[in-house]
Design a protein around this ligand. Structure first.
Ligand code: LMR
Length: 326
């Protein structure tokens, strides 16, 4: 059994946390041989709720849960943290100006970035789930300059999982029938770009099974708009699918995977995306480190790809400007 790691969860009294905490404590994220000291961070008025959350987690008798505490102070919560799962954000309200949305989130992630920079372990790894995830991650990393940029990641695994699921639905197959690289590029927003050229379904190229027309006119818009479609049906954003995707991302990043997965990580010029934003790329992970995979991109098969990749990049630059990073 390994030594315990300190895992901080922000927004710990919220709905996504409610779905994710039992799974983390069960071992689904960090592995079944990894004990955890859990720290729940939320605003002061939520501390009473957090006491109830702690009681429930205690009642589960999870063998891997070694310690658990709650705090409303980021300087206390992030002290010596090994991993931070950033669920808290200011939710988008209908009618809210985009600038207002980004500015409110900037305030949250700036305060938390400063705390991470000051008190967390320099090896901390951070996954941002709260939206706008890519730009919140950029704000966080910008305020934690003593932590390597490669230790920050924003969640696009939800979009990746949605892509696999929609292909299965169309091809009447299961995820196990899909191989090769299926991935998401860009922002976790309606400018995201799906990439299926390297994928196969039961050994045949994806486009040969589901048709190019489906991929362009139905599949990609469906993934781009899925979050809104869920809000319009449920009246509130996705909860357990986001939690499940975050667990998948933590697992593959920290424990490792043979598959290509989508992670929004610091851009470095690959795929023509300049340094300076957190952008979803196809990644492989080993030993707690990710690496961007160089997929074969054939411009004759996908002439629009570059334009779409740049559009998502430009959206991220405009978000970064609104958040005061550029
Ligand atoms: C989703 O994609 O379901 C969520 O990111 C949507 C949201 O605004 O929380």
């Amino acid at each position: 059994m390994k030594s315990p790691i300190k895992v901080v969860v922000t927004g710990a009294a919220g709905r996504i946390a409610n779905s994710i905490l039992p799974r983390i404590c069960h071992g689904d994220g960090f592995g079944f041989d990894q004990p955890i000291d859990l720290v729940l961070l939320d605003i002061a008025p939520a501390l009473k709720v957090l006491n109830g959350v702690i009681m429930e987690l205690q009642d589960c008798s999870f063998p891997l849960l070694r310690g658990i505490e709650a705090s409303a102070d980021p300087m206390v919560a992030f002290k010596d943290a090994d991993f931070a799962l950033m669920l808290a954000s200011c939710p988008y309200q209908p009618g809210m100006m985009r600038l207002d949305f980004l500015t409110r989130n900037k305030a949250i992630f700036k305060e938390q970035g400063i705390a991470i920079n000051a008190v967390a372990k320099k090896t901390i790894k951070v996954l941002v789930v709260g939206n706008p995830a890519n730009t919140n991650c950029l704000v966080l990393a910008a305020h934690a300059p003593s932590i390597p940029r490669k230790n920050f990641c924003a969640l696009t695994r939800l979009d990746h999982n949605r892509a696999i699921s929609q292909l299965c639905f169309q091809a009447k197959c299961t995820p196990a029938d899909i191989s090769g690289s299926i991935c998401i590029f860009g922002n976790h927003s309606s400018t995201m770009v799906t990439f299926t050229e390297d994928g196969t379904i039961k050994g045949k190229p994806v486009a040969d099974v589901v048709g190019k027309e489906f991929l362009v006119s139905q599949f990609e818009p469906r993934i781009q708009e899925r979050g809104y479609a869920i809000i319009s049906e449920k009246g509130s954003p996705s909860v357990f699918s986001a939690a499940s995707a975050a667990i998948d991302c933590i697992h593959d990043w920290m424990v490792g995977t043979d598959r290509v997965v989508s992670m929004a990580v610091a851009s470095s010029g690959k795929y023509g995306i300049p340094e300076g934003v957190f952008y979803s790329f196809p990644c492989v992970c080993k030993g707690g480190e990710w690496e961007i995979v160089d997929l074969k991109v054939d411009p004759t098969r996908n002439p629009e790809l570059n334009t779409k990749l740049q559009k998502s990049y430009e959206e991220l630059v405009s978000e970064a400007k609104m958040a005061g990073i550029y």
